[in-house]
Design a protein around this ligand. Structure first.
Ligand SMILES: Cc1cc2nc3c(=O)[nH]c(=O)nc-3n(C[C@H](O)[C@H](O)[C@H](O)COP(=O)(O)OP(=O)(O)OC[C@H]3O[C@@H](n4cnc5c(N)ncnc54)[C@H](O)[C@@H]3O)c2cc1C
Length: 338
């Protein structure tokens, strides 16, 4: 492999893979270097399961809502080619009383117990999505290195990324390492530790898949549950995945990330309460699995994007990226690479 590129992208997650594809489409010579999940028992990522909710409606946050709506149509087109990558399903919202919403995409009084339904919602499989973006980028001439970058040097206006793969040189460097891109001294970005709960269903007759956001009034510790009910996992089993938003989220120091993924997540202080609450709401559920997760939040709720000497650093997608990644990536490219 020739080791000189226009752009090196570090991190082959939702963001890095999308940027690699669209930059290759613009004619740039791109190298994407990405560690696999748990590479060296260290490089965990926030995308490692089969389901992410895509919703076009996000109350109180027009920034993400507009990006999500724009991404939705492109995802639908991609799903014509690869139906397992993105499936349209209703996203149901149960809001606390007394809040009014004015959104053309919502239908009141959905038949289930939810108050509103996002008719333009769906489920994205992040792993298939990344594979799709990688394949298309490679077809356009991009190179993919599955490994970690250990160090970066900047000399004579050239970035040199180093690792077991050798040296990769480029004029531009894009840092999209997700939780691994957050440093100790960054006051604007926080790593939030999460746990996803997986439940088996004892009765799957009469059910179809839907995603949901459910505000919780009966708990002082949990603001909402969000998840996907009744999707089929890779073994064809009906399963539900539910995560929760804590009233006081767990903030992880960057050096605690590996521990979290390697088992510390079991100590999440309100995990037992969350499981108990779910089981009380859904009597035909049985707890099947717990998985560690984490993502980056910023103080203003928008991603932090900085550029210096052709080093573009992007982070802090606030748990929103899956639904908005295509429009967000295109905006970045229009701004810096047109
Ligand atoms: C429980 C949970 C539920 C979520 N639900 C939703 C949802 O329903 N809808 C939604 O829109 N979003 C959701 N999100 C958020 C979304 O999944 C994340 O925002 C998104 O995956 C972040 O993507 P990323 O590309 O920035 O980072 P990542 O996906 O973490 O990718 C970064 C990549 O960089 C690699 N890497 C790190 N360091 C190096 C290195 N030195 N060298 C090479 N590679 C490196 C990592 O291995 C990783 O693969 C959820 C997140 C969590 C945790």
């Amino acid at each position: 492999m020739n080791n000189k590129f226009d752009i090196t992208i570090i991190g082959n997650g939702l963001l890095g893979s999308t940027l690699a594809f669209y930059l290759s489409k613009q004619g740039y010579k791109v190298c994407i270097i990405g560690a696999n999940y748990s590479h060296k028992n260290k490089y965990f990522s926030s995308h490692q399961d089969e389901t992410r909710i895509v919703r076009t409606f996000h109350h109180n946050n027009e920034y993400w809502q507009d990006l999500a709506k724009e991404s939705f149509d492109i995802l639908k087109n991609i799903s014509l080619e690869n139906p397992n990558l993105f499936k349209e399903v209703p996203v149901k919202y149960l809001f606390k009383d007394g809040i009014s919403y004015d959104n053309p995409y919502l239908i009141k009084n959905d038949s289930y117990r939810y108050n509103y339904m996002d008719t333009f919602g769906g489920i994205l499989n992040p792993i298939l999505y990344i594979n799709y973006m990688n394949d298309h980028a490679i077809n356009l001439g991009a190179s993919l290195v599955v490994d970690d970058v250990v160090s970066i040097n900047y000399k004579n206006e050239t970035y040199i990324s180093n690792g077991d793969f050798g040296e990769i040189k480029s004029e531009w460097l894009i840092d999209s390492r997700g939780i691994h891109g957050v440093t100790e001294n960054n006051n604007n970005e926080f790593i939030i530790g999460k746990v996803a709960m997986f439940f088996k269903l004892t009765d799957t007759k009469n059910h179809s898949s839907f995603a949901f956001i459910d505000e919780i009034t009966e708990s002082k510790l949990i603001n909402d549950f969000y998840g996907i009910c009744y999707y089929k996992n890779q073994f064809g089993k009906s399963i539900s995945k539910i995560s929760f938003t804590e009233t006081t989220p767990i903030v992880l120091e960057p050096n605690a990330v590996s521990n979290w993924f390697n088992g510390a997540f079991h100590e999440h202080p309100i995990l037992n309460d969350a499981v108990t609450l779910v089981l009380s709401k859904f009597p035909n559920f049985k707890l099947a699995d717990l998985k560690p997760c984490a993502f980056v939040k910023t103080t203003d709720g928008k991603p932090s994007v900085t550029v210096e000497n052709k080093l573009l650093r992007i982070n802090g997608c606030n748990g929103m990226l899956a639904k908005a990644v295509i429009a967000f990536s295109k905006n970045i490219i229009n701004r810096y690479f047109s």
